[in-house]
Design a protein around this ligand. Sequence first.
Ligand SMILES: Nc1nc2c(c(=O)[nH]1)N[C@H]1C(S)=C(S)[C@@H](COP(=O)(O)O)O[C@H]1N2
Ligand SMILES: [Mo]
Length: 326
Amino acid sequence: MVSFIRRRPWEIRESAATPEALFFDRRQVLAGLGGAVAAGGLIGAGAIGSSRAAFAAGGPIDDLFPPKRNEAFKLDRALTPEAANGSYNNFYEFGFDKGIADRAAKLKPFPWSVTIDGLCNKPQKLDAVELIRKMPIEERLYRHRCVEAWSMTIPWTGFPLAELVKLADPKPEAKYLRMETFLDPKIAVMQAQTWYPWPYVEGLTLAEATNDLAFIAIGAYGKPLPNQHGAPLRLSVPWKYGFKSIKSIVKFSFVKERPKSYWEGLQASEYGFWANVNPAVPHPRWSQATERVLGTPDTVPTQIYNGYGEQVAGLYKDLAGERLFM
Ligand SMILES: Nc1nc2c(c(=O)[nH]1)N[C@H]1C(S)=C(S)[C@@H](COP(=O)(O)O)O[C@H]1N2
Ligand SMILES: [Mo]
């Protein structure tokens, strides 16, 4: 059934193809935490996730589907098959392998409290459904390029992050938007491993957050978001490496200082704040020139800003001194 998403024999082993996971292992070994390796290995064992029937009808946002597609966002390639996308995920809270979909079933996306705070005139705490109902919902076809050199395409349903920023009404001192994932080791098994800098955190400049491409996904493939993609609210910033697109967000904070992301906390020399896609700037441990297209046998050239340069290159024109592509 899922054989088409299994790695083909000519492809590299899963462990070799997932440098982020390798990095975790190495760190654990370096830290002398042998038990953690065992735990990670145990839940990772043999995992090719099954694609769950994610759409249990009767949910509180069902009426928003199917959404109206915004035709301004076009793809240069086919959509990734839903089953492939739903069973090959990075969601480290649930394990360091790709087959986390079943484990993510523990997550309960409704009800879901969202906090908007920091340097804004309208700080508020509201339920995700209440927030979603204030937002203009549409479908967009987006690319996604993981830093591990694989890519996907996906029809997200959601709303522009700029609309959430507008709702919060940031003060002039606010320079960045910091976003945080839920923290609950009873739900997410890996969060019990307290030497990782949980919760997952990401950040954008306000200029990035209000760029039209920055999108909060609440659904995919015309249905509410399956847990493994980061229900109920997940960022998509498709011109940046995938780790910037933080899942299952509980908090949006307007701040003055550049937030330190989860990945920066683990390894700042390899995973920086900007993380814009650039085929000419290799990761310290592998090339970024090409990408494996999930659900196909293809490897294709990677594009600068993942092909979205027209929309976003202007954001960076005065930032030449910054490490924009890592
Ligand atoms: N909270 C959280 N968000 C996350 C991650 C994660 O481990 N935890 N992984 C990131 C990475 S590395 C990628 S490539 C994408 C994967 O999204 P997908 O599984 O929906 O394809 O989610 C990003 N968002
Ligand atoms: Mo990623």
